[in-house]
Design a protein around this ligand. Structure first.
Ligand code: DAH
Length: 353
């Protein structure tokens, strides 16, 4: 019996030290200490020994059990340490690195940059004017008489009740047309200094605000406004610029048309339509008759030139104002069911662009 126990101990220890992985160590544990393990079975035999032998052999059996248990625990620790060391030494510097998430410009910012660079090429360059604006520049100087119902078309946010005797209330500008008379004032000053004729080539891109929120409106949106003033500026210049923009931004295949319309600050006034990017003018679900409305344009109203202290008998000009989000959606391949998604901060949406 004693010999048998010592044999079990030797077998166990040599197997334990030879083991190279934690799984077979677990199996050895079962093989010796499990319910039908060799040591457990030996213990059962001890129970059948005569009483005087039982205590002595039982003690030896317990000692051996402890030795095997300790050996298993030590080996388990060793295996764990060597696995960790191996992992460290296994560093393969040719493996591809872990890429940090990379952001990109918001798609509206991308559109603004593209629009800016298109107009820059023909000398119409970007300016910035206040987005929190006097009623005067947003309406009065654009030929909107006080209390005229046309003001209601621009669902304006009024910020205070304070009223300046000349400039009226303060509004969140509902359109980029507020830059027109500001630009004229600047150009008049410059022309006085340089003694050169007035020459305006303005692109005003800014945030605009209106009290409207639904699938095709956000309360904050962007417009880009063009204003060109000089001697002998005519509708043909406006058409040339429109054609150039439509082809550069939407692509050669897209056509545009000019429809008569009414705006307070232009005479004549137009609305510009562009053929639909999905059906290219044939008519489809998105556009119905093949055309999508892009926005307004026209020849600057003489009253507006007068507000800007520019003599309408010497100078003429054209203007246009379109929504950045709107042209973005009209661009081929981009269809957004709900405009509000643009400003929802949803990464699943923004990461697609
Ligand atoms: N400001 C107009 C709007 O927000 C758009 C517009 C129409 C701008 C005609 C212009 C223009 O410069 O000539 O609806």
């Amino acid at each position: 019996m004693e010999e048998n126990l010592l044999q079990i101990k030797n077998d166990a220890l040599s197997l334990i030290f030879e083991t190279e992985d934690p799984k077979s160590l677990e199996e050895l544990k079962l093989q010796f200490l499990g319910r039908s393990g060799r040591l457990t079975l030996a213990f059962k035999e001890i129970a059948g020994l005569p009483l005087e032998k039982r205590a002595e052999i039982g003690k030896l059996g317990n000692e051996i059990k402890k030795v095997i248990e300790d050996a298993i625990a030590d080996r388990a620790m060793e295996l764990k340490k060597s696995a960790q060391k191996k992992q460290k030494n296994n560093l393969d510097i040719t493996n591809p690195g872990i890429k940090p998430p990379l952001g990109h410009l918001h798609l509206v910012t991308q559109a603004i940059e593209e629009i800016t660079s298109i107009f820059e090429k023909i000398g119409i360059t970007r300016v910035r004017y206040p987005e929190v604006e006097w009623d005067y520049y947003a309406f009065t100087a654009l030929n909107f008489p006080a209390n005229h119902p046309a003001r209601d078309d621009w669902e304006t946010f009024f910020t205070t009740d304070n009223t300046d005797s000349k400039k009226g209330q303060i509004v969140l500008t509902p359109h980029t047309s507020n830059g027109q008379v500001r630009e004229m004032e600047k150009a008049v000053e410059e022309s006085k200094k340089t003694k050169m004729p007035i020459n305006i080539r303005m692109l005003n891109i800014a945030k605009c605000y209106r009290r409207q929120s639904d699938v095709s409106h956000t309360q904050m949106f962007h417009q880009f406004e063009g204003l060109v003033v000089g001697k002998n500026i005519s509708i043909s210049h406006l058409k040339g610029v429109l054609e150039y923009f439509v082809k550069s931004y939407f692509g050669e295949k897209r056509e545009f048309r000019i429809r008569p319309y009414h705006f307070q600050f232009t005479e004549p006034s137009f609305e510009i339509d562009v053929t639909c990017g999905v059906c290219l003018g044939k008519g489809c679900k998105l556009c119905k008759a093949g055309w999508l409305e892009m926005g307004g344009a026209g020849m600057v109203h003489p009253n507006v030139l007068n507000y800007g202290k520019i003599d309408p008998t010497i100078y003429t000009g054209f203007a246009f104002g379109w929504g950045v989000e709107r042209v973005l959606m009209m661009k081929e391949g981009i269809e957004i069911d709900d405009l509000r998604l643009l400003y929802s901060n949803k990464l699943e949406f923004l990461e697609q662009f």
